[in-house]
Structure formats: structure tokens, C-alpha cells
Design a protein around this ligand. Sequence first.
Ligand code: 1CP
Length: 346
Amino acid sequence: MQNDLLIRALQRQPVERTPIWVMRQAGRYLPEYRKVRAQAGDFMTLCQTPELACEVTLQPIDRFDLDAAILFSDILTVPDAMGCELAFKTGEGPVFNHPVTCAEDIAQLPTEGVTERLTYVFDAVRTIKKALADRVPLIGFAGSPWTVATYMVEGGSSKQFTKIKKLMYQAPESLHALLDKLAINTAAYLTAQIEAGVDVVMLFDTWGGVLSTQNYHAFSLHYMKKVFAHIPRDYAGKVIPRIAFTKGGNQWLELMADMECDALGLDWKSSLKDARERVGDKVALQGNLDPGVLYADPETIADHVRKTLVEYGDYPGHIFNLGHGIFPDIPPEHVQALVAAVREGV
Ligand code: 1CP
């Protein structure tokens, strides 16, 4: 690997400078992405065409010289392959044609043959790895079982999580059955991504933060642990580092640090210094600039970057990132300013 800063930082080894990548780095804020997206027609076609998925994965690497690429795909491909049938309707976000509504629906969900229906993802991984030619590591990913379950039960995005909370309090054993199936399929899916060539894996638990502490333990953390327990620690002679990110999970960092993972993603509400003190040297930390900072002018962005680096301090094990995905209306020049400031350091 020509640039292995990310791999070393994830393992808390010394690095010459802090590596940076950006959550949702391939996406609508880039004009070159919008062009390929229009050419593909719809989002799923983009994900399912390895050459196009490869092209958009490399766009931010070519433009900003970031320290990692992330597979262009989505966390909702797994429930799509389980039969829920995903559609992206313009202006509405993701919608499932067959949401999970009752115990019978859950009983019918498959735990066999799911990765076979995701071959397009593994083809994309192989195509991307070839195109990257070992410039930077490739991050593979999946949603946490809890986060993916929210979309399956709600039928799409949600603000109140009414349906899944009803299920949680009226029929908890049904929700556990769903999460268990998702954990099995997610582990098989990430294992296949590793076999296809990804260098790092990340679990996105975007909605873990809507749970009570007790329920975070029972319905989210427990199943992330199960996923990590069933994927290989190393492959083809290389360690495959693991990152776990619960948005809104600041209060549970100590619990998360006890998972079999190498790094925790932090949202912008956590303090890196406080997080480091709480988790000790158990894990690396990834984050955590407020994505809103990128609305500021380039000098102000650089100021915030320096503050973040100073706050983290001299410990090994920091990967610079935003605290959540980049907004679609951020000017690409502001990302350039962000990357330049991280490279310059303090
Ligand atoms: O119109 C478009 O082009 C679609 C927008 C889009 C993109 C660019 C969606 C639909 N997904 C993606 C790609 C994507 N999604 C990536 C890969 C690229 C990268 O990071 O550069 C990744 C890692 C995701 C992961 C993802 N999808 C998450 C977890 C991360 C997070 O941001 O919290 C979630 C929650 C989703 C669901 C999803 N997919 C797409 C949308 C609009 C949403 C969110 C809907 C909602 O808010 O509930």
C-alpha cells in the first residue's frame, strides 16, 4: 500500500500526519458525481454497475487526494437482497416496497443466499481495488443490524421511529429475531467484502442514538458485537481493522470500546479529548468535525481543523473525519480547504 496512514492510525501505530477521509465523500456535493448519477438514471443502477460505482468511489480521491476510499454502495442493499425491495424515489429518500410489519414477515426473511444476491457489490470492490492500484486503502461497510432494521420496519426513513418502537415494546422477541437474522446476513456480507479485497470494515449505527441506554445494549450493541464476532480478524496475511460508529452514542463510548473493534467513530457532539480519556488506549478515534463547519470560509475551516487537532493532542490513533456525512450543498473548495488544513497539521 503506497499510503497506509489509515491502516496504521486505526491500529494506533505512529504516523507522520493525521489521515483524513470524509463520510459520504462521494456524493451530491460533487458536480462530477451528479453527472455520473444522471447518466446512471437511478441510485440503485449506480450501485449495481461496478464500473460506475468504481468511477464515483475514485472521484473524491482524485480530486482531494484523501487517505482512504470508501466503497460506493448503501447500507440498504442488505434488506433489498433479503426481499424488501428498495426504491429511491426522488425527494422521498429510500422506500421499501415490502416493509417488515409482523412476526410472520420476520419468520420469512432469509438467512441463506443473501450474499449471492449482492454479487454486484463484490464485483464493485474488485473493480475499485484494481483501479486504486494500492494508492490508498478501501473501506467496506454495512449498516448495524439496529439501524438497518429501522428502515425495514418503518418502510423508509423515519423521525419518530414509531413502528419499530411499537415492535420493541409490544413484541421484543420478534425484533430480536429480526436483528439476529440481520446480524447473520451482515457478517456474511462483510466477510464477502473482505474476501473481495476491502482493507477496513465499518459499521454505521446511524440510529443507535435514539435508544435508551438499556435498549442500546440489548438491541444495537449486542448485534454489532455479533457481527464483529463472525467476521475474520485478518485475511490473506493482513489485519482487517474495524470501525464502529454510533451517531448520538457519546454516552456509551466505554461500552463500545469493549467490542472487538479497532476504532470508534465520534459524532460532532463528543469531545475528542474527553473520549480519549474515557476509552484509554483501547481503540483509535475517528472524527469529529461538525459537518456544518464546512459552510464557513476556508480560513475559518482551517481554524476549526487546528482546534480539533490540538484538542486530540499527541496520542497515536486519530483519523480525521466529519462527525457525520457531508451535506450536499457544501462547495467542493471547502473540502479542499479542510484537507489542506489537516495535511498542514498544527
Ligand atoms: O441521490 C443520490 O445520489 C442518493 C444519495 C445517497 C448516496 C450518495 C444515498 C441514498 N446513499 C449514498 C451512498 C452511501 N450511503 C455511502 C457511500 C459513499 C460515501 O460514503 O462516500 C454510504 C457509506 C452510505 C451509508 C448510509 N446510507 C447510511 C449510514 C451513514 C449515514 O450517513 O448515516 C444511511 C443511514 C443510509 C441510508 C440512506 N441512503 C441514501 C439516503 C438519502 C439515506 C438516508 C436516509 C435517511 O436520512 O434516513
